[in-house]
Design a protein. Sequence first.
Lengths: 242, 323
Amino acid sequence: MKALLAQTRSELTLSLRNGEQLLVNVAIPLLLLVFFSAVEVLPIPTGVEKRVDFLAPGIIALAVMSNAMVALAIGTGFERHYKVLKRLGSTPLGRGRWVLAKIGMVKILLILQIALIVITAFLLGWNPGGTPLLAIPAVVLGAFAFGGIGLLMAGTLRGTVTLALANGLYLLLLLLGGMIIPFSEMPGFFGTIGKVLPSGALSEVLQSCLRAGAEPAGSAWVVLGVWAVLAPLAAVKFFRWE
Amino acid sequence: MVSSASQPAIEVTDLTIRYGDRVAVNGLSFQAMPGQITALLGPNGAGKTSTVETLEGYRRPTAGSVRVLGLDPVTDHRQLVARIGVMLQSGGVATGMRPAEALHLFASYYDNPLNPDELLELVGLADLRSSTWRSMSGGEQQRLSLALALIGRPDVAFLDEPTAGIDPAGRQLIRRVIADLRDRGVAVLLTTHDLEEAEKLADHVVIIDHGVVLADGTPTELMRASQGDDVRFGAPSGLDVSSLGVRIGAVVTETSPGEYVVASAATPTMVAAITAWLAEMDLPLADLRAGRQRLEDVFLRLTADAAEPASEPAATRRRRSRR
């Protein structure tokens, strides 16, 4: 227990000390939320009163993705590159506690980050509807899906490739994921792809939990659940420690 | 909690490691005892790292077996990691981490760790309060790695090239810490291609090349075993060895540029004759070893013999084995 706590604290400290990572994790989602709530450039679904009502759930989905996928992948990828994981392999910490510490780190960062987003959204006049409590399991499933993808990249690719791919994937999943641009505004083809992506599934689910009048997200829950199971399994199967 | 001194801490028996078609280690056997520093010595690519990583449980033997403290490094990994300390050749610490943080973190992994702050003092890093790993010099990183290998009070310490690329002061400090470990009964296995290091530090030297053991014994044994009836000296290359030979009445050969062997017992008369001839020619004498060879001579001869067919000139073989 002592080792797990120390490891989790260390992971957190290192993340918070890493400026680039904080930028991706915290600043970009907040910037997008404030900017696109204030500036009327992006389309919003019909029937939505305030822009922030649509944007807040999408930005929460984005925070889950940047934290659990991008930051985790890049951080772990470089730890693997610098033989940190190899070195840990010859200590009594063990893989189980290492994974738990990573999960703990992502969890704490996500709570802080989502709190920031929620506060900012309220300041922008957000009026959430739906069943907000369901957003919690949705975020957890999303974190497992994205965390699995992140560790899969970090555990199979070179550190620099992971860095590039994680950032590329971030942009792609952001644009196609219905996070800031609604599916209703995309050509059918993009929308179809978007809805089977983990980002699309998570934002659809979060819209249904947090916005009055959003479409029910039955199939999106299934898609999200499948990603949340398959991605971590793939990571476990293919992860190489050095 | 050191196992009894009669039991080897490390046992390698007929170890073979293959990577696809390439044989990295080929039927290697040796032992390392508690309270001794064993140096695994060999040129790059000799199979040192593969062997050590098998002992640390990072890879499985293709054939043969390894035991550390009587345990199988792969199947008994959990038990073993609590009792070993590992120093990798490079890396191993997150780039944003500070020395004290790393030591406190690693201390949390073990039941009865050393005091991180005292250890930091011991390796001379106590002043580096706010430096992160990425801003530390190579020598500082090596000293932190060594401290991390010691924090859990290991019974066996695996140190991979512990003083590679370190300034003389840092090297002294690391050697002192390693000697202390030995005195406290730890079995230290260090890999190195630094002969001076092995000669100064090791109680037991295992010379390997191409994955096989070439020699195994104390430095003194190794140097005595291969001691011939000869005098060796260093002087400018290209001396007229036949004229010297005629003068002193013994065969002289230049074994590598500037290294000479006189096939004669090292009598005071012989040594005097050699130095007199050099003095007449006004030539400097770099060094002179009568009877006792340096470990380097043993090492170069053994690895050269193993590397190439005997027909090649000695000088070529030596240069290759040095790589």
